[in-house]
Design a protein around this ligand. Structure first.
Ligand code: OSB
Ligand code: MG
Length: 375
């Protein structure tokens, strides 16, 4: 199939503020709401592509924030794409490689370009990304709770809903004993723990104790930018290590696999700079028999839709954190909202991301808006 190029003509940057249904606590902090950038990119044919940034308002997950995203988008990324023509979305990455890091900001544009590209060619996004699966098994990420009772109740509720993987957040003081309590009540559920970089190699004895609980994996136990210590740790524990924060690019993934720093990779589109880089990492992992899954950043509908599209690729073998809109939001900004039935989300069949962005809802949550056009 010959694909038509795209020419972005008009771009609208918005910052949205949405309250989370419940606070979400990780080892680096608690979030009660999200303020994030979304991008609407229109081409000369009137097609519209949408992108969303996963960045948080504080640099606790990675170095980016909503405000740094805004700066990089307004002052560098948006001006550099307006008026250009792209035969393929990959060209965007080559063009902006002069901008160092800021991958979540880049991903906001890059994913919008992919959506636009798919729409301009009248095909679903997941198909242009190379996806095949239409039914996606979904897991759930549960934040740190005040009490074990509350955590166990939440797990029970999620298992009843049919989620295929339970991920719990851990931090020093809320780790081995918490997992022990979970395993007493739920000896066999597919369970994993995410530490968000809360430990160091000094904690090796504690991390070894987790081996007895038959976890699917432990996610990002050590430093956010490390692959060396993780390689040392993986040689001493049986629980497979899954890297999240440490993998920001194809090169990072290659090095981590070569060093044996992980047995699984969590691909977050924003963290690695977009779909093109996600596909490269996916293909590398497939070559090396490393299963991947799609993590989340508590995204609203646009980000969620992009996550669902990428999980259609074949090496996404483990259920991801691509839960339903209702898990996070009182109302989402897309129509229909993302629904999960029996732990399965179905790829929408429409063009591009396949969900319609609800302009009224977007307006309701917008706290900042700026338009850019070709001069
Ligand atoms: O480490 O995966 C993480 C949320 C914010 C920042 C980091 C992480 C998370 C989650 C939630 O685990 C995933 C989701 O359901 O969106
Ligand atoms: Mg994580």
């Amino acid at each position: 199939m010959i694909m038509k190029p795209i020419q972005p003509k008009k771009i609208t940057l918005r910052k949205l503020q949405m309250k989370l249904k419940q606070p979400f606590t990780t080892s680096f902090g608690t979030q009660t709401e999200k303020e994030f950038c979304i991008l609407e990119v229109e081409d000369k044919n009137g097609n519209i592509g949408w992108g969303e940034s996963g960045a948080l308002t504080f640099p606790g997950y990675n170095e980016e924030t909503t405000i740094t995203n805004q700066h990089i988008l307004e002052d560098f990324l948006i001006p550099s794409i307006l008026g250009n023509s792209y035969d393929h979305p990959d060209q965007f990455n080559q063009q902006i490689s002069y901008i160092r890091r800021n991958r979540m900001a880049k991903s906001t544009v890059e994913t919008a370009i992919w959506d636009l590209y798919a729409k301009n060619n009248g095909v679903p996004l997941y198909k242009v990304l190379g996806g095949e699966k239409k039914d996606i098994k979904v897991g759930v990420s549960i934040g740190i709770k005040d009490s074990i009772k509350e955590l166990l109740e939440t797990i029970e509720e999620k298992m009843d809903k049919g989620f295929h993987k339970i991920k719990v957040k851990i931090k020093p003081g809320k780790d081995v004993e918490v997992i022990r309590e979970i395993r007493k009540v739920f000896p066999d559920i597919p369970l994993m723990a995410d530490a968000n970089s809360a430990y160091t190699l000094k904690d090796i004895d504690l991390l070894k104790q987790l081996d007895q609980f038959n976890l699917l994996m432990i996610e990002q136990p050590l430093e956010h930018d490390d692959i060396i210590h993780h390689s040392k740790l993986q040689k001493q524990i049986e629980t497979p290590i899954c890297l999240d924060e440490s993998i920001c690019s194809y090169e990072d993934a290659k090095n981590a696999i070569e060093l044996g720093s992980c047995k699984i990779i969590n691909i977050k589109i924003g963290r690695v700079g977009g779909h093109s880089e996600s596909i490269k990492i996916h293909n590398l992992c497939k070559e090396h028999n490393i299963p991947v899954w799609c993590g989340g950043m508590l995204e609203a509908g646009i980000g969620r839709a992009h996550n669902i599209a990428i999980t259609s690729l074949s090496q996404f073998l483990i259920p991801g954190d691509t839960g339903p809109s209702q898990q996070y939001w009182h109302e989402d900004i897309i129509q229909p909202e993302v629904e999960v039935k029996n732990g399965i989300v179905q790829l929408p069949s429409g063009n591009g991301i396949g969900y319609t962005v609800d302009k009224e809802k977007v307006k309701k949550y917008t706290v900042y808006e700026k338009q850019f056009t070709v001069s």
